[in-house]
Design a protein around this ligand. Structure first.
Ligand code: AR6
Length: 540
């Protein structure tokens, strides 16, 4: 009987797409190398086959602005041989250790520790051993060691020929872009699997990479917890990752990926109390997911400020799931310094490799996924993801504080605004309960902040409530209300301040409060002054 009731509200998908095709809008302009856009492949792309590395000869920069590559001649390793201590090239040791016929994960563990010996007592491989002893059967284990493992070793050891240029780091408070091939990413990730990246293992926040995500996979190999659930999702994540390596080693992927760090100084972010735009169209649905039904839109990654979050640990919510079904996203962890308040990361061109079902504890890998997304003129799949990290709220009242509201507005705005050279014809945003799961935000507030940021960035929105029909209806009503009353962003912003001031502590219904107040005159002189004094305090 419910069949003729649409499960969505707001405007239709067609209206969101303004009558254009699914792939007619594009997030990033075509790849064009510059001082702020490092391109590690040779352009134009070959008509077929994998992109060629750029430059044609190997250059190396062993310094703080570039990834310290495992094959660098500067990557030295202190060894004790024949009673004398001396430095050896670490890449040689890595090659010797990995070029053997592995038959067990214990052997793999020893190999990895042979070039990471100072961690021999600290690293733990329980989850990896558990995967092979308890999750895979004997035949699967044998196939792994006979077929996949040697190919993964080859992929890792080809790094010097595959990645000839230096990989820049995307540092705090900079705008920078990197384009590289999917095959280059595969080789970098194979190295991460074998834990070959130097200087990335310290847990000291003061160390050189203390403000970067973890990249070597020993983290994942140790992500074992007694108790059924935690460990099971780690096992399923491993299935996704091995599946990815199976795919890229059986047929080399031919596409290109662009990673862009975006920074807008806080002083250049919108003045939220002055924005005169009204909310833009919204399509809201309780069914579907960002990655599946958000095709062609800018898809939000509910990120951690260390991108990837707990993907190499026990985490298994939106960001971690996205990273394991599209493992190329993990290469962002190699290059992206911790995101600050007004920074975001855009990734275009990644491929999805795995099907899954469930979420968190019930997450399951269910097989191969063939990604049919077409590519743009630069060889990138037309899939774009924006990583924006929400604030974590231990105390739920805190999110109504003006500083926190402005922080979340700015964060979403930086993610949504589009880069120089492609501010028109941008796709809509595909998002959902950003910051409202692990980070404990209030979805009714967060959706409004996202809508306000999207409006100022000039973009419509597709919103997935992840099964919650009440939330869908409440949000649709709120959106309709503000559109009908032509309430502008500055006015909505002032209502949020009033809620903080008068009502949030009493826990009165947030949307009801907004409706009642928005019927009153926009902003009284007195209140407006009050807000300005408050804002100036905040700005200082
Ligand atoms: N599509 C649409 N909505 C989704 C999807 C999906 N695929 N998956 C989840 N949701 P959460 P956060 C909804 O907790 O609170 C990670 O560890 C669902 O309602 O992943 O921003 C990161 O690395 C879910 O409850 O995001 C960070 O450390 C809600 O979105 C941290 O979690 C929020 O998903 C971020 O936590």
């Amino acid at each position: 009987p419910l069949d003729d009731v649409p499960e969505w509200k707001g405007v239709s998908m067609d209206e969101i797409r303004k009558g254009l095709g699914v792939y007619d809008c594009q997030e990033l302009p075509p790849i064009c190398a510059s001082s702020s856009h490092i391109v590690l492949i040779s352009l134009p792309l070959p008509a077929r086959g994998t992109p060629k590395p750029y430059p044609t000869y190997q250059v190396e920069k062993w310094c703080q602005d570039y990834v310290r590559m495992p094959h660098s001649k500067h990557n030295l390793y202190l060894v004790n041989e024949n009673g004398s201590r001396h430095n050896r090239n670490r890449w040689e040791i890595i090659q010797e250790s990995l070029l053997q016929n592995f038959v067990s994960t214990h052997q793999l563990e020893s190999a990895i520790l042979s070039y990471n010996h100072i961690y021999a007592q600290r690293w733990d491989f329980t989850a990896l051993h558990h995967f092979f002893s308890e999750v895979l059967d004997e035949e699967e284990t044998n196939t792994f060691f006979e077929t996949l493992m040697p190919k993964m070793v080859q992929l890792a050891l080809q790094l010097p020929v595959l990645v000839t240029g230096s990989v820049p780091l995307l540092k705090r408070h900079t705008n920078g872009t990197i384009s590289l091939s999917q095959l280059q990413i595969a080789s970098l990730l194979a190295n991460a699997f074998f834990c070959t990246f130097p200087r990335r293992n310290s847990t000291d926040p003061q160390s050189e990479y203390g403000r970067y995500p973890y990249i070597n996979f020993n983290r994942l190999f140790s992500a074992y917890k007694e108790g059924k659930w935690k460990c099971e999702s780690v096992m399923e994540k491993m299935k996704c990752i091995f599946h990815y390596f199976r795919r890229v080693t059986s047929k080399a992927p031919e596409g290109v990926v662009t990673i862009q760090r975006r920074y807008i100084p806080k002083s250049d972010c919108p003045k939220w109390d002055e924005q005169v735009q009204t909310l833009l169209p919204l399509h809201i649905t309780s069914r579907g997911t960002i990655e599946a039904e958000g095709t062609g839109f800018l898809q939000v990654d509910f990120a951690n400020k260390y991108v990837g979050g707990g993907v190499l640990g026990l985490g298994c919510v939106q960001e971690e799931i996205r990273f394991v079904i599209c493992p190329e996203l993990m290469v962002t962890m190699l290059v992206t310094e911790e995101l600050d308040d007004t920074e975001a990361l855009i990734v275009s061109g990644v491929e999805r490799y795995s099907k899954y079902k469930g979420y968190s504890n019930s997450f399951k890998w269910i097989g191969d996924y063939v990604d049919e997304t077409p590519k743009d003129s630069s060889g990138r799949r037309l899939t774009s993801i924006v990583a924006i990290d929400a604030l974590y709220f231990k105390n739920s009242q805190m999110q109504f504080n003006i500083n926190n509201i402005i922080r979340e507005l700015n964060k979403a705005y930086v993610g949504f605004v589009g880069c120089e050279g492609s501010k028109s014809n941008l796709p809509a945003i595909a998002t959902g309960n950003w910051g409202c799961g692990a980070f404990r935000g209030n979805p009714k507030l967060k959706v409004l902040l996202q809508l306000m940021a999207a409006a100022v960035a000039g973009r419509s929105m597709v919103y997935f409530t992840f099964g919650d029909t009440n939330l869908r209806d409440d949000i649709a009503e709120m959106h309709k209300h503000f559109v009908k009353h032509e309430t502008n962003i500055a006015h909505i912003f002032s209502l949020l301040l009033q809620y903080q001031e008068f009502a949030s502590a009493e826990n009165s219904d947030f949307y009801r409060f907004l409706y009642n107040r928005s019927k009153m005159k926009p902003i009284t002189q007195h209140l407006s002054k009050n807000i300005h004094t408050k804002l100036s305090v905040v700005k200082e």
